[in-house]
Design a protein around this ligand. Structure first.
Ligand code: ADP
Ligand code: MG
Length: 249
């Protein structure tokens, strides 16, 4: 078999949280001289898995289970505290969409700026420019500064640019819930067409229906640990039991 496109080996991520931020005002008055220490908190604990090219993997788990932290580590935004990550291909992160924009620049200027950050040439951005603007549905606003955009417009534009970046791996953190129903459908179709050309996808979505419909595998996280890694149907059943939900089927 081919080498996995992503290998995650025994990865842990520790955040250090000052005690202070967890305590209430009341406890401060009760114990005014208590030392403020740091709490080490494991957002991910000994996470181990491999992903093959062409897989569309859903990462599921309750809020706070470590899904976004895992994707940020894969994207290189966070360093793991322990363990290793091997990514054997190019990767486009659909995480924190729009944070790379300069609000003082226009939509047009940001398309070029962001496109180049994502590894596109200027010529390539030019050739995709109209498609990006139309996909984002911001034609009338393209020469306005981005600081005048609504948050929905910013995210739609960031999404429209990122889908034009050709990559081996797409990381999607709750991005298929961006915009109205029409935009969501269009985004999903675009993603699926990229994936049908052999790309690999990793999807975090609170919409279990999307995961069920599109992912061939799931990784279930619980308190930062992988508790299931395998076919989607079985993983979702375990997750729904864990959530106290009864599966529809
Ligand atoms: P999920 O995406 O599954 O909801 P996250 O990966 O965002 O979960 O968060 C996992 C845990 O790590 C949570 O308890 C969260 O509060 C904590 N966490 C995430 N990012 C940070 C950070 N930058 N500093 C401290 N704690 C963090
Ligand atoms: Mg998250």
């Amino acid at each position: 078999m081919d080498k996995p496109i992503i290998e995650v080996e025994n990865v842990s991520k520790v955040f250090e949280i000052p005690h202070e931020s967890r305590n209430t005002l009341k406890s401060y008055f009760l114990h005014p001289f208590k030392r403020i220490g740091k709490e080490r908190f494991y957002a991910l604990k000994s996470v181990d898995f491999k992903i093959n090219q062409g897989d569309f993997v859903g990462v599921i788990g309750r809020n706070g289970s470590g899904k976004s932290t895992l994707l940020k580590i894969l994207a290189g935004i966070f360093e793991p505290t322990k363990g290793k990550v091997h990514v054997n291909g190019t990767l486009v992160p659909f995480l924190e969409l729009g944070v790379g924009f300069n609000p003082e620049l226009t939509g047009r200027e940001n398309i070029f700026l962001n496109g180049i950050i994502l590894g596109m040439t200027r010529k390539y951005v030019e050739s995709k420019f109209d498609e990006i603007v139309d996909f984002a549905e911001i034609r009338d606003f393209i020469d306005l500064q981005v600081k005048n955009y609504s948050s929905g417009m910013v995210i739609r534009l960031a999404f429209a640019i990122a889908v034009e970046a050709r990559a081996d791996i797409y990381l999607l953190d709750e991005v298929l819930s961006v915009g109205d129903a029409g935009f969501q459908k269009k985004s999903l179709e675009k993603m699926l067409s990229l994936l049908s050309n052999g790309a690999t996808g990793i999807l975090v979505s609170h919409n279990i229906k999307d995961v069920k419909q599109y992912c061939n595998r799931v990784i279930l996280l619980k308190n930062g640990e992988v508790v299931y890694n395998g076919p989607t149907g079985e993983g979702i059943k375990i997750f729904e039991n864990q959530m106290g939900l009864v599966s529809q089927e």
